[in-house]
Design a protein around this ligand. Structure first.
Ligand code: M6P
Ligand code: ZN
Length: 167
């Protein structure tokens, strides 16, 4: 099963309305896609998904996933396959950010919402290993935001924790 998310479906992720409108006027491009990796176990407790985030930004805010909290508070592991990314995490009070690149892994503790951001000039691809009973609560992130925004800063990126509006 695969799902893809286009720019027009992700307006709420970006702070800069004018930059969003300008980028959308250039075309309603796919920002990211998620493909479930199937195995033989119908009742498997662990699921796998490969996510591909295109390179790009809206007024300096890099392309990112919607982000979610697990409805059932379970942990998850990401393994970088290609590209350069940052995983933003928050438990509602504290924030954390970890880099994701090919061969690197990130552990998302239970009870921490997570969003992945492509900070590079190429596609970011990563494998997620998750508990299939965890579910995804997108409203949690929409209401509270992630506590920080990842923005372009010259050739690199900066995590701006003063902009808490990127819900
Ligand atoms: C990872 C996993 C998936 C998730 C995807 C995109 O692959 O965490 O479960 O669907 O990233 O993130 P989101 O669901 O927040 O759009
Ligand atoms: Zn998750």
């Amino acid at each position: 099963v695969a799902s893809s998310w286009r720019l027009s479906q992700l307006e709420h992720l970006f702070c800069d309305r004018a930059a969003f409108g300008a980028r959308l006027a250039d075309g309603d491009e796919v920002v990211y896609r998620v493909e479930d990796v199937d195995g033989p176990g119908r009742d498997a407790q662990l699921g796998r998904a490969v996510t591909t985030i295109e390179p790009g930004d809206v007024g300096g805010e890099f392309f990112m996933t919607r982000g979610h909290m697990h409805a059932v508070r379970r942990d998850e592991v990401y393994v970088g396959l290609s590209g350069e990314g940052v995983v933003l995490m928050t438990d509602g009070e504290r924030g954390a950010a970890q880099e994701l690149s090919a061969g690197a892994s990130v552990h998302i503790p239970a009870g921490w919402a997570h969003r992945t951001v492509n900070v590079g000039a190429t596609r970011l691809r990563f494998l997620a290993v998750y508990h299939r009973d965890a579910g995804a609560d997108y409203e949690w992130v929409r209401r509270r935001g992630m506590g920080a925004v990842v923005v372009a800063d010259g050739e690199t990126y900066r995590i701006d924790a003063s902009r808490k509006t990127a819900a």
